[in-house]
Design a protein around this ligand. Structure first.
Ligand code: GCU
Length: 440
């Protein structure tokens, strides 16, 4: 059986069978559609990645890179994530070096300062480098919801911090005591994953995104965006950065650090994050081409899922003022009721990663994030990968033929849907490592 036939035979109607009972039918006062027959025609007004703003067709990879790609980045800056500020401050960082996991890895704890102010925001990056690699090591940078000392159970990782809205100060975050009788095991389970990466010859780094800016609408007051506001300004302009762009800016600054570290191969850095951090992963890599491999997990609406498919969360839900409007630029919310006029969609976002390896990871019962919408975006973006002579999904991939659960497609433009819901499942780390081994 050839690859195509294999995938066709494995194609599952996962969406038809997904349970509706556990889903909310109304979010932020807006009905949620989970009926495939009511998603609408996603092609209505869908921008073509290979047609330039002046209506001419993109002829080759060079024209894509020089002309069309910058046009699309600008569209996303203007209509979805917002422009980020320039210039960046002069790079400053502190490094503590020692041994991690009882001598198994070289460990670095790096604080990257995100402003010139002594009390300004900074991000703590916890880095494990393999001992079995001579010379600079490639690594996976993981965007985490947890502070570093909560992400691993490795003694000696310094306590992370969170912003205390009451005082406007950072406070230390300690591991809460384990309940009496609880088994002694790492709370967040990253240890084994990290060790597997190290054994395979890859480093692993993790950072907590709220170091860069807290995840709420007032986050700018203590986060990076506020540093660039003019006196009296209390919100970004309509086309200026929401928090996803702010996080991306901070992560790009961490890449500036990686480029300075002689033990790290900055040309071989993979980036991953889940959910809002999946959205952040793909937008960071779209803005910063130095990330060599890109693995967004369950990025959904506002990420790699086609916005024009009205299935699960849509633009209206995500940009409702009571929800996540602040994560995007204000302009995005103005398309809530006219998504077919949106000048961008997720097929363009996926295309911005070309020709770099991109693995979209989703889940069969993650209906809110519209896993099929990510597959559709990939199918629609495949032609940009092909312009570079890169393999995208598999030949003849069709929008209605989502691969079977846990049958990863490891092409340069890849896709995997795990059996299960929203998040990263243990097997996903295996898929990430396989993809990284293949492409880094
Ligand atoms: C909400 C939101 C999603 C987002 C998710 C998360 O569910 O609607 O768009 O991905 O939060 O970040 O956990």
């Amino acid at each position: 059986m050839n690859g195509k036939a294999l995938f066709l035979s494995l194609a599952l109607a996962v969406f038809a069978t997904a349970s509706v009972s556990a889903q909310n039918d109304v979010v932020a006062g807006i009905p949620v559609n989970y009926d495939e027959s009511k998603v609408g025609d996603y092609k209505l007004g869908l921008p073509d990645p290979l047609v330039m703003n002046n209506g001419k067709k993109v002829k080759n990879a060079r024209q894509w890179m020089k002309k069309r790609r910058p046009e699309i980045v600008k569209l996303f800056e203007t209509y979805e994530y917002g422009k980020w500020a320039a210039p960046k401050p002069k790079l400053r960082y502190d490094v503590i070096e020692d041994q991690g996991f009882g001598g198994l890895a070289n460990r670095k704890q790096v604080t990257v300062y995100l402003s010139d102010k002594p009390d300004g925001p900074s991000v703590d990056v916890l880095i494990y480098l393999p001992k079995n690699v001579k010379g600079p090591a490639p690594l996976l940078l993981n965007l985490s919801f947890s502070q570093n000392n909560l992400a691993v159970s490795d003694p000696g990782v310094k306590p992370g911090t969170r912003w205390d809205p009451a005082t406007g100060q950072r406070v230390k975050v300690e591991m809460p005591p384990m309940p009496a009788g609880a088994p002694a095991r790492p709370r967040f389970g990253m240890d084994e994953t990290i060790k597997t990466f190290l054994e395979a010859g890859y480093g692993f780094a993790t950072l907590c995104y709220t170091d860069i800016e807290p995840d709420n609408k007032d986050g700018w007051k203590v986060g990076v965006r506020g540093l660039f506001f003019k006196d009296g300004q209390t919100q970004p302009a309509n086309d200026e950065w929401g928090t996803i762009s702010a996080w991306a800016w901070g992560i790009s600054t961490v890449m500036d650090y990686f480029e300075k570290d002689k033990d790290i191969d900055a040309k071989r850095i993979a980036l991953t994050g889940c959910s809002r951090l999946g959205k952040t992963t793909i937008w960071t890599a779209a803005r910063d081409p130095r990330f060599a491999v890109v693995i967004p997990s369950c990025s959904g609406e506002g990420g790699a899922a086609i916005s024009r498919r009205n299935y699960g969360e849509n633009v209206a839900h995500i940009t409702a003022e009571s929800r996540y409007r602040y994560q995007f630029c204000y302009n995005y919310s103005t398309y809530a009721d006219r998504v077919n006029e949106l000048p961008v969609d997720a097929n363009l976002l996926v295309a911005l990663i070309a020709p770099r390896p991109l693995l979209l990871q989703t889940g069969t019962t993650d209906t809110w994030s519209d896993s099929k919408g990510e597959w559709v975006a990939a199918v629609e973006a495949a032609k940009v990968y092909e312009l570079f002579g890169k393999d995208a999904l598999y030949p003849g991939a069709k929008v209605d033929e989502v691969p079977a659960a846990d049958h990863p497609v490891y092409s340069t433009l890849g896709y995997v849907i795990h059996e299960g819901g929203h998040g990263v499942m243990p097997q996903d780390w295996t898929y990430y490592l396989e993809f990284i081994k293949k492409h880094l």
